[in-house]
Design a protein around this ligand. Sequence first.
Ligand SMILES: [Zn+2]
Length: 965
Amino acid sequence: MTVLLFVLFSRKASSSTSVLLPKTGFPLRISSVQRKERDLFIMKRASFDQLYKWQRTNLQNEDEFILHDGPPYANGKPHMGHALNKILKDILSRYKLLSGKLVHFVPGWDCHGLPIELKALETHDVLNSNSLEIRQRAKLFALDTIKCQKEAFSRWGVMADWDSGCYFTFTPSYVTSQLKIFCDLYDKGLVYRDYKPVYWSPSSRTALAESELEYNVNHFSSSIYLKITLQTPLPECIADSSKEAPVYLVVWTTTPWTIPANQAVCYNPDKKYCLVRCKSHKDSKYLVIALELYHSLEQLWSCHFTLIKEFDGDIFNGHYYSHPFRKNESMPLLPGNHVSVKKGTGFVHTAPAHGPDDFLVALQHKMPILNLVDEDGKYSADAGSDLCGNDVLDKGQDIVLKLLQNDVIFKENFTHSYPYDWRTKLPVILRASLQWFIDTDKLKTKSIEAMKDVSVVPENFEKPMLTQLATRPYWCISRQRSWGVPIPVFYRSLSHTKEAILHRDIVEKVCKITLEKGIDQWWRMSPEDLIGEELIKKLDLIPGQIFKGMDIMDIWFDSGVSWNSVLPQGKQADFYLEGIDQFGGWFQSSLLTSVASSGHAPYKNIFVHGFVLDHEGRKMSKSLGNVIDPHLILDGDGKKQPAVGIDALRWWVASHVSANGGNISVGIHSIQQASEDIQKMRSVLRFLLGNLNAVTCSQFKQFSPTTLGLTDQYMLHLLSEFAENALSAYQEMNFRKVTSLVSAFINTSVSAFYCSIVKHRLYCHSLTSEDRLSALFVLSEILDQITLIIAPILPHLTEEIEMHHPWRADNGGLFRNRKFADMKKSDFSDVVDRIHPSLSLRQSVNKAIGRLNTQEWNVEISAFDSRDLHLLQMLQSEKKTHDSALCDLLQVSMVTLLGKNDEDSIAKELDNSNVDDSFTKIEFQHFGQIQITLSKTKLALCSRCRRYTSSDGNLCCSCLKVCSL
Ligand SMILES: [Zn+2]
């Protein structure tokens, strides 16, 4: 139908200049070549960059809507994930702005952290770089990335004060606010220091993150099966069967050097175990192993097992064994669901200082962590004189194996993949070191309670968020790196294991220095200078014996306290809007810090979206070659990929974001589809705009509709219904529904229905006729409401329309002048029943005529029920005419409307001179009975109105009348 409209649109008015064709400078298409220039022109002309500041100044008295931006990581080029997130936020902001709110949206960046530090170090001699050099390079790298991302976010039309209204986690004001919160939490007893196993590189004397490891597939290890004496009293069922002989558990380990640090043996309470008598060529002994491993171990060890007894794992509850090294020490047997019976023995040697599972067992059972390995990877004095000073991966391990030799049942050597330090290319170990923690246990209950006041959209994510919160084991917030916010702690001894000095006065002093000279001073100044003479005296510290902590904070703590720096004092954000991965990330870290600090959540609502995947549902990656760059969508590549512009990207986001938080696939096809959707809208909106041209302007502005026709009323009813549905879809954050409502309304109700039935009135009726102005009134309402409703998603298209609007072109743009509340609501709900028979007729006539041109046909309607007749007469008062709302609705040459009293005349009508031989007669049922007779007209095409209404091929009667005015 759109195509048909524009055939008429572009037609030259040859026979009469009085045909009022649409006229507008609004272009039908923007070519790929013009796209970028056009987008930039609109942004400039509509002052997108000033809009945020404008509303902060001009809407100060309105209710504030606070959307808090989760800071993206400043370490890469803008990608589709950013586009999805930032555009969704902007749609929400702009929706709220048009709802009359004062929007608070301060974009931010997460500037610290390991990936940035590593990128900054890529081209430098890392081993010889000091912290200050590393920090300087990392900062430059972050600044470059921020610049690039900022340009993209601003190009995507995101409304913010990009010049001076952003936040960065490395600025002095942000850092000092973070240090103060850290200090608050410490004073409240929510920060503590404890051991935790981390990857430790003895060769570079530092903890390493997973990303700093390289796996060597040819690493050589020894694994041992070690028997450990089960202490008496034995579990009853074992005691009964073992005839007082010693009974041993068997453990398997690939890191024999950790045996001295053994603190427990774990078993699986849900699995079956067995007591066997194991006979080898040397001796015979009672062993306990997992039943499932019976045969494989018998085979591996080349011995003979006799099964004595089977039992459940839970019989070990409350029992003890003798430590493999320190035989007189009783060690506990502990239940653990992490214990597998697929390999090993069903018992797991547990050294909490050297394994994450082991560490969790210790946490759960509140065991202190035994650490026997120093920073050089050597056994400490606590490991005993035999081991002290020996390298755990080398000579130390040999000594361990020698000391344990009588208890080793079986030993094998094997090569496997093992983590190495990426810099020194030497093996690393897992080693407990002292770290700083947030006491999540103390915060969990309060945080879960605080979530009761938070709405999660979609709802089904609320439970997983609470579960993640409840099961979070601990939050280690210290990192042994340089690019971050320092933990503001001093120590009274260099080993860092002695007393920590964390005092509010010192933190205040560090904050003061930071605000004056930057946080680099932490690395630059001596501890004495940082603390200052006065505080040294007050706190009874000894100059020369104070050492700075060199740990920095976890970046989740950096971003987790953003609410404190960014939100208006004492206010919660209305929305946090991020990807689903943030349930375990930013949503949680923000909640924990806010609850710790103020007792409530930092947000009232959480909205989550999925991830962007490629068109086959795979993660996008360089190696797969499936990355879609948002920049190419906007500007094209000058070759294969055409530029489709910002609004196509925005429409793609809105029309694909899933209301249930699911992932979103993107491919060239779906982007093109978005572009085509916009092109369809563009054509229809151009038609509306073209009719409201300058010629019409003066007459129209004086017009106020008194009696609108039935079809006009019906169209306004459809418009109201559409607007209401679209606004409630926005309210529900269901942007995808908004786009489908918009597309359906524009294509079906506006283009296929209303535009087709009003074009005769618009083009051919006299300029100021009431029915023409009524149609314009409706078109104007449609244009106004559609542009408002699509504006949050398609700000460029709507501002472009505003620029071409004959009486709004210079008013400063839609977002500064209009609001949803100004949309006129029409209450024409009763019109539906009244127009229904006529709409059904339209359908029937179209169906009967099929693909032929309806304009070449006359319709005779015989309504035998007076109610039907009455309803049809609302669209056509005359009995027979070429010019009526009913003719327009049915798009036919002539309509004859007959009632019951006209029954006799029906036969006569069929003989009418205008009737062709090939008439069709169809029956149509509605309420009572309506009969339709279709007959081909013998009239010719009128050269002005292009309808079959002329007797001689010149102007028809109606046109003659209009032209003579
Ligand atoms: Zn005509």
